[in-house]
Design a protein around this ligand. Structure first.
Ligand SMILES: Cc1ncc(C[n+]2csc(CCOP(=O)(O)OP(=O)(O)O)c2C)c(N)n1
Ligand SMILES: [Mg+2]
Length: 325
């Protein structure tokens, strides 16, 4: 049975960082609640994997990055994209399959990338982001810049062979990559105990000569602290870090999965550690948090209106670039 991490306070980061993390968490939460509503109305189709409950991981890690740094995301990627600065209008339009979206409506939820903010993209192939990030890290090393890559992935992906190959390579070359393993304790309906004999996954880092750090993934302040330290190390040329952030989904694997295999008592414990409420409490200033919430609410309303009023892609646009050879 997964055990939630111990309670405890984390040191307060600078005010703009704290408020920025709350903005990311609140925006991700509201964006996804709206997506679920639109999905139930048949206005979003295909797969949708909510990140609700895990938002502090993306918010904390991205708060430690510069605009020029890269992220690589997953099938559960809305929080990563929003925390790295995605445009909610383009994201909502993409998820609703509209021509104005990030991929002109051709990709949907699992194919959002954004060159403007160096988001190298979500990925529907579990684990596939890990070697992409490792390659991006190699590119940075060859170019000699001080950029860093953060790659998000979960426990299931860490049992994929590319995890071992990538960390091995990153360890040898000292690549500037932060491997951020979001241990949400499930891969679809398979609990981590049934997928690996070792549930503390940070321990895999030292096997490749890489520091392995474990952090409470529901504590944005703690994630920020560990991510900032790992990013600083990478920028100094001291190589990669594996961070395991322990967290939990607030629901099933995707929007249509009721998650009946999840123990309600364990879920309730994790919900009591809701990253949104914890970050709002850390701000401890109702006026400041309410101001952020009002801004995000307005931005989200505009995004839904933009997406709703946007046209669907034409059949010709879908076929463009495809030719018989
Ligand atoms: C290579 C590959 N194998 C299987 C799948 C089907 N699949 C989609 S999500 C998922 C579980 C992934 O678990 P984890 O990496 O823990 O991510 P989480 O869903 O917890 O965020 C699986 C098996 C896939 N998309 N890609
Ligand atoms: Mg998982």
């Amino acid at each position: 049975m997964p055990t939630p991490p111990a309670k405890g306070g984390s040191p307060r980061p600078p005010e703009p960082i704290l408020l920025g993390m709350y903005r990311s968490i609140y925006a991700t939460r509201q964006f996804e609640l709206k997506c679920i509503e639109l999905y139930r109305q048949g206005l979003i189709r295909g797969y949708l994997h909510p990140y609700i409950g895990q938002e502090a991981v993306a918010a904390g890690a991205c708060a430690a990055l510069n605009p020029a740094d890269y992220i690589v995301s997953t099938h559960r990627g809305h929080g990563h994209c929003i925390s790295k600065g995605a445009d909610l209008k383009l994201m909502m339009a993409e998820i609703m399959g509209k021509a104005t979206g990030y991929c002109r409506g051709h990709g949907g939820s699992m194919h959002i990338s954004d060159k403007r903010v160096n988001n190298l993209g979500a990925n529907g192939i579990v684990g596939a982001g890990i070697p992409i990030a490792t390659g991006a890290g190699m590119g940075i090393k060859v170019r000699g810049t001080d950029q860093v890559v953060v790659v998000f992935f979960s426990d299931g992906a860490s049992n994929n062979g590319v995890f071992a190959e990538s960390l091995n390579l990153a360890g040898i070359y000292g690549l500037p990559v932060v491997y951020l393993l979001e241990n949400n304790h499930y891969a679809v309906s398979t609990p981590i105990e049934c997928a690996t004999g070792c549930c503390d996954l940070a321990g895999r880092g030292p096997a490749y000569g890489i520091p392995g750090i474990c952090v409470d993934g529901n504590d944005a302040l703690a994630v920020y602290r560990e991510a900032a330290a790992a990013v600083a190390r990478a920028r100094r040329g001291q190589g990669p870090t594996l961070i395991e952030a322990k967290t939990y989904r607030h629901g099933g694997h995707h929007v249509n999965d009721p998650g009946l295999y999840m123990d309600p008592a364990v879920l309730a414990e994790w919900k009591a550690r809701d990253p949104l409420l914890r970050t709002r409490r850390a701000i401890d200033d109702d006026a400041r948090s309410a101001e952020i919430e009002a801004q995000v609410d307005a931005e989200l309303e505009a995004a839904v209106a933009f997406a709703t009023n946007s046209p669907e892609p034409s059949v010709d646009a879908f076929l463009a670039g495809i030719e018989d050879r």
